[in-house]
Design a protein around this ligand. Structure first.
Ligand SMILES: CC/C=C\CCC/C=C/C(=O)SCCNC(=O)CCNC(=O)[C@H](O)C(C)(C)COP(=O)(O)OP(=O)(O)OC[C@H]1O[C@@H](n2cnc3c(N)ncnc32)[C@H](O)[C@@H]1OP(=O)(O)O
Length: 333
């Protein structure tokens, strides 16, 4: 199904350039409607923040219809909300969830990744990386209350969190399914999965592009807890309370070298530039660019999903050389 949707979206974007960027999220700008106990919600058109200052927690709800895909606008608003909360000493934790139960996030916005100018790909890719790094390195405790399907980038976002609670609905699958779309998960997606579920499970999951239903997701460890749908929020709240009872939870874990394992001190220093380069060097248009599709057309894949040589190398590195990337060595050491 994901493959079919991916193709549909890409084809549509290539043929209807006028439609790009027109998905407007409904909702309020500036301060939003009042929350419970007289506390005001705030946020932006695509991200709603429901603060609970007494608990030191804010619920961050993604609302970028129809599927909470990571458009550039959405990523920007999400990061601004995160920064606001980080800069406000009232808050020590956030619960990340979707405002549309049924879909946590469809991941990267496929319409951002084709038919655009190279500068756009650079900007978009930087925003994706920024999202990953900022959530992964946040000084706030982040709990994912996953109330819907969560493929690819949606899964990545939840992997940046300290704890994942998934609603027990067989439709709510989660995983890195990129290979099913004929694209490859960047090595840092892979590293996040390796850190979470271990090497062999991650290897198989990425190669086959597996989307795990709840029971399976729990078994392999992609999520930490599976609960009835109506208990996702309350469970996330109690987990948060547990974390916040630890005086220095996030920094403490980092100092012990337990969490945030992908980002060793060296990796942190070099992350932004070294991550951008492999996929979007200035003279190397985005691999999905329709104008450069002929170099590597794997049989059975539509032209718009064909990989270019640099991406192909990256694919080989991920699939065949799983674990030989320098960053993987850092993880296992
Ligand atoms: C070369 C690239 C290099 C590196 C990138 C690698 C990393 C990539 C990471 C990613 O995240 S890629 C994106 C992967 N995402 C998916 O595979 C999800 C695809 N979507 C779905 O499976 C389903 O849409 C769904 C999320 C399960 C929801 O299903 P539902 O039946 O509820 O809705 P429907 O399929 O009808 O979709 C509604 C609407 O939304 C559009 N859509 C869906 N996904 C995306 C998306 N990722 N980006 C942009 N738009 C998306 C879909 O086309 C429909 O639009 P329409 O109503 O106008 O037809």
């Amino acid at each position: 199904m994901a493959l079919a949707v991916g193709m549909r979206v890409l084809t549509r974007a290539l043929h209807r350039p006028w439609a790009r960027g027109l998905r407007v999220a409904p909702g309020r700008t500036g301060p939003a409607a009042g929350g419970g106990d007289g506390v005001r919600c705030f946020g932006s058109p695509r991200v709603l923040v429901e603060p609970d200052p007494a608990a030191g927690v804010a619920v961050v709800k993604m609302r970028n219809p129809p599927v909470n895909s990571f458009s550039l606008e959405f990523l920007t608003e999400l990061l601004i909300s995160l920064e606001k909360l980080e800069n406000d000493k009232t808050f020590r934790g956030i619960i990340l969830t979707s405002d549309h139960p049924g879909i946590f996030s469809a991941g990267l916005d496929l319409t951002e990744m084709c038919g655009r100018k190279p500068e756009h790909y650079m900007e978009y890719w930087k925003a994706v990386q920024e999202m990953w790094l900022r959530f992964y390195l946040s000084n706030l405790v982040v709990i994912a209350a996953i109330n819907g399907v969560s493929p690819a980038g949606g899964c990545l976002l939840s992997l940046t969190c300290d704890y994942r609670v998934l609603a027990n609905n067989p439709k709510y699958t989660i995983g890195l399914n990129e290979t099913r779309l004929g694209i490859v998960a960047p090595f840092w997606f892979k590293d996040m999965m390796v850190n979470t579920v271990g090497y062999r499970t991650a290897e198989r999951a990425l190669q086959l592009g597996l989307l795990f239903p709840p029971a399976e997701a729990l078994r392999v460890g992609v999520v930490d807890q599976v609960v009835p749908e109506d208990q996702v929020q309350s469970t996330a709240r109690s987990v948060m309370a547990q974390w916040l009872a630890i005086p220095v939870c996030r920094p403490g874990v980092q100092n012990q070298g337990l969490g945030r394992a992908v980002l060793s001190p060296e990796a942190l220093g070099e992350a932004p530039s070294c991550l951008i380069q492999p996929l979007a060097a200035p003279d190397d248009p985005w691999p999905l660019d329709a104008s450069r599709q002929s170099a590597f057309p794997p049989r059975g894949l539509p032209a718009c999903l064909c990989l270019q040589a640099p991406l192909f190398l990256s694919l080989v590195r991920t699939l065949v050389g799983f674990g030989v990337h320098p960053k993987s060595k850092r993880i296992s050491s």
